[in-house]
Design a protein around this ligand. Structure first.
Ligand code: GDP
Length: 377
């Protein structure tokens, strides 16, 4: 009897458990799927247009993002001084430690020289600076760390170039926009610099048209267009592999038609053959000049490539008359002295410096602010 009751109990229990599971399964089947259905293409496009502007400058947005207001340029170098911290530790601290020694003998001055040389300042500028400093120490009887520090700062500012003309000619004149050509080896940050420069100009109240004359890389034109659209600047581009000079010409034409202040032309920087490059750049310039003279030709140089970069850049100075240097990636090197070497070797002032990958990490160059940033507090 008992056995029968146990068997019945087990059967009832099994029936209950199985029934429960079935109910649960059925309920589960009735529930909506956990993930919402994928949006249709049109919805995806809408979603992207309301998303915040992408930081990935290589991917063009499908619709114009809201126009941004770039940070003002005044004092940018001071704001970005911490980016030069790697240079600071090498130069500033090293030099001050040497000059703080009780005796400034030949050996110490030699060490001062070595420190400056290791910052990529170049031999001529280094020798000159140390000579002047030594003379001042002797003649003026400089002794205290404060006096030496002040003299070092002054001499550094002199060697970086206090009086060089670093103005960017970007204002419209004679009823037409100023034309700025940007040249340099691929990879130096040329296209990025064009984009950042458009922001610098917009921040300073100018209107801008961009010309994507690097027609060899479709990505370069896309990249430029994205930069431009962020600050409301139109980009003129041509077919991939098309004639760079004709794109540059059209960009200036568009700039004239729109009545903008500045037309900024990004050019190709392939160094396949020196003559090829020179011919091409020369042609771009000649064709653009059918509208009127080019006001500014900026050469973009990567600070991390040191003296080699300067040698490479000579090709450009032979092809077109370069009026200013943009030294990029100064945030990625401990060799801030390269500013001095570049100016001496090319005889062209550094007008802008790149201190990071952010959109507002391009600063107008100023000798005193730069030296202060190098020397640290
Ligand atoms: P292009 O081939 O000369 O046009 O070079 P791009 O403009 O495409 O830039 C090459 C790379 O350098 C990119 O990853 C940029 O973000 C980077 N770059 C440009 N300027 C700077 C800078 O001032 N600092 C740093 N750290 N990177 C930079």
């Amino acid at each position: 009897m008992e056995t029968l009751l146990v068997v019945i109990g087990v059967i009832v229990l099994l029936a209950l458990v199985t029934g429960g599971l079935l109910v649960t399964r059925r309920r589960g089947a009735a529930l909506p799927p956990a993930a919402p259905p994928a949006p249709r293409v049109a919805e995806q496009v809408l979603d992207e247009t309301v998303a915040p502007p992408s930081e990935d400058l290589g991917t063009p947005l499908l619709e114009a993002p809201p126009v941004e207001v770039p940070e003002p340029t005044a004092g940018r170098l001071l704001r970005l001084r911490s980016r030069l911290s790697r240079s600071q530790s090498t130069l500033g601290k090293g030099l001050f430690a040497l000059l703080a020694r009780d005796v400034l003998d030949d050996a110490t001055w030699e060490e001062v020289e070595d420190t400056l040389l290791s910052s990529d300042m170049g031999l001529a500028a280094t020798t000159e600076l140390v000579e002047r400093l030594r003379t001042r120490v002797r003649v003026e009887g400089l002794r205290t760390p404060e006096e030496l520090r002040a003299a070092l700062r002054e001499e550094l500012v002199t060697v970086v170039g206090r009086d060089l003309d670093r103005t960017l000619r970007t204002a419209a004149h004679d009823g037409r926009p100023a034309v700025v050509m940007v040249v340099g080896v691929n990879g130096t940050g040329k296209t990025t610099t064009c984009g950042k420069l458009a922001r610098v100009l917009v921040a300073d109240g100018r209107s801008v048209v961009l010309g994507a004359a690097d027609t060899f890389r479709a990505a370069a034109a896309d990249q430029l267009e994205t930069w431009g659209s962020r600050v409301g600047a139109r980009t003129v581009r041509g077919p991939e592999g098309g004639d760079p000079a004709s794109v540059a010409f059209d960009a200036v034409k568009e700039g004239v038609a729109e009545g903008v202040d500045t037309v900024l032309i990004d050019t190709a920087g392939r160094l396949h053959t020196k003559t090829g490059l020179m011919d091409e750049l020369g042609k771009v310039k000649r064709v653009v000049e059918k509208h009127g003279p080019v006001d500014e030709t900026l050469l973009v140089l990567d600070a991390t490539t040191g003296q080699n970069g300067v040698v490479q850049a000579r090709v450009f100075t032979e092809a077109v008359e370069v009026t200013g240097v943009v030294l990029t990636k100064l945030d990625g090197t401990a060799k801030g002295g390269i500013v001095v070497a570049v100016q001496r070797e090319l005889g062209i002032p550094v007008k802008l410096v790149g201190l990071g990958e952010g959109p507002d990490d391009l600063a107008p160059f100023d000798a005193e602010q730069f030296v202060d940033a190098l020397l640290g507090d």
